[in-house]
Design a protein around this ligand. Structure first.
Ligand code: PHE
Length: 348
């Protein structure tokens, strides 16, 4: 066994090695590692102490223990001192990093609402004033909701007007060709009276400067006792004036839809020339907004409404058409090509 003096030297060697290592440690992590290697429970200093006590003569054990304790104290004290020094240095570096508080900040680019979203929100708000509530339906619809219940049974010629996308392997499912199936969903779910406005995407195999295979419609449906064509006209006129301006007029042209009788095409006086005649309205002074009419009793039969007691009107307008008129946009493709510079032009 080593003499007390030899032991003293061994501890001194360890603490001096340790002191050198922590002096060059540049991070807290590095420092903690060195501390664990020497001062930890399994560290070199404690191991030496344990070994020395074990092999010391009984009368020497106490002195040997004290020698070890003194070395451990040194190791711990130096660790704390070095840790404070490292922290202080980091703090100073932080403070010295110069920050120019007068520099302008980084301006974040704000996102914009898509013009279709803007139009939809405005239209919904106008119809909400008249007591219409928003209803929605899925884009993938049943043949029944999209066609059959709207008085277009299989092989009905009117189905040809709507170039339908069918879902492969599911002969009963289509991408809805209009928002009118939301009428059916609403009436199947609720007894009259109903007053809904249903905006949403629709799909048809169609593509040119005024048609897109995916587009949006906004559907209106009002059913109650005593609803007349005059109510339809009043609601449409109110809406057109609120949305396009008080000077605008509407025109209802006789038309045909299988699910309305009588049916009409709704025109508004041209928003570009105010009815005088221009290129956009093809010199007619009128621009077509969409279809409308009184709900056909045949539709009521499909949703179990009493056609003797209730009458209703419905209309369906193209949202892109409305946005094009409102903002003077000449190509429907603009809405869908994802150019943010386009969307950024509209106030949200
Ligand atoms: N759903 C019809 C279409 O897309 C429009 C319409 C809706 C017509 C409601 C009359 C009543 O062509």
């Amino acid at each position: 066994m080593a003499t007390l003096d030899e032991l003293k030297q061994q501890f001194a060697k360890l603490t001096s090695d340790y002191a050198n290592l922590i002096a060059t440690a540049t991070s807290e992590q590095e420092l903690r590692k060195v501390f664990a290697d020497y001062g930890g429970a399994q560290g070199l200093v404690r191991n030496l102490q344990k070994h020395a006590i074990k092999t010391a003569a009984p009368t020497e054990k106490r002195n040997v223990g004290q020698l070890g304790n003194a070395a451990i104290e040194t190791v711990e004290r130096e660790f704390s001192a070095r840790l404070s020094a490292l922290e202080e240095a980091a703090r100073r570096r932080d403070l010295e990093r110069s920050v120019d508080l007068t520099l302008p900040g980084v301006r974040r680019r704000l996102g914009h609402l898509h013009p279709i979203t803007l139009v939809r929100r405005e239209l919904v708000a106008i119809f909400a004033e008249l007591g219409f509530v928003v209803a929605v339906g899925p884009h993938v619809e049943t043949d029944f909701n999209n066609f059959a219940a709207l008085a277009m049974p299989k092989d009905h010629p009117a189905r040809d007007m709507q170039d339908t996308f069918y879902v492969e392997g599911a002969p009963d499912l289509v991408l809805r060709t209009h928002t009118s199936p939301v009428q059916i969903r609403e009436m199947l779910a609720h007894p009259p009276p109903v007053r809904i406005i249903a905006p949403g995407a629709c799909y048809r195999k169609d593509e040119d400067p005024t048609h897109s295979p995916m587009f949006h419609q906004i559907e209106g449906l009002c059913v109650d006792e005593g609803v007349t064509f005059a109510d339809l006209k009043g609601v449409l006129l109110h809406f057109v004036r609120r949305y396009f301006g008080e000077t605008h007029r509407i025109r209802l042209r006789p038309s045909f839809f299988p699910f309305t009788e009588p049916s009409a095409e709704v025109d508004i006086s041209c928003v570009f020339c105010e009815g005088k005649g221009c290129r956009t309205c093809k010199q007619s002074g009128w621009i077509e907004l969409g279809g409308a009419g009184m709900v056909d009793p045949e539709v009521f039969r499909h949703v179990n409404y009493d056609a003797e007691r209730y009458t209703g009107f419905a209309f369906g307008f193209g949202l892109e058409r409305m946005a094009m008129l409102r903002y003077g946009i000449d190509n429907i493709g603009r809405f869908f090509d994802g150019d943010v510079r386009f969307a950024a032009q509209f106030q949200s």
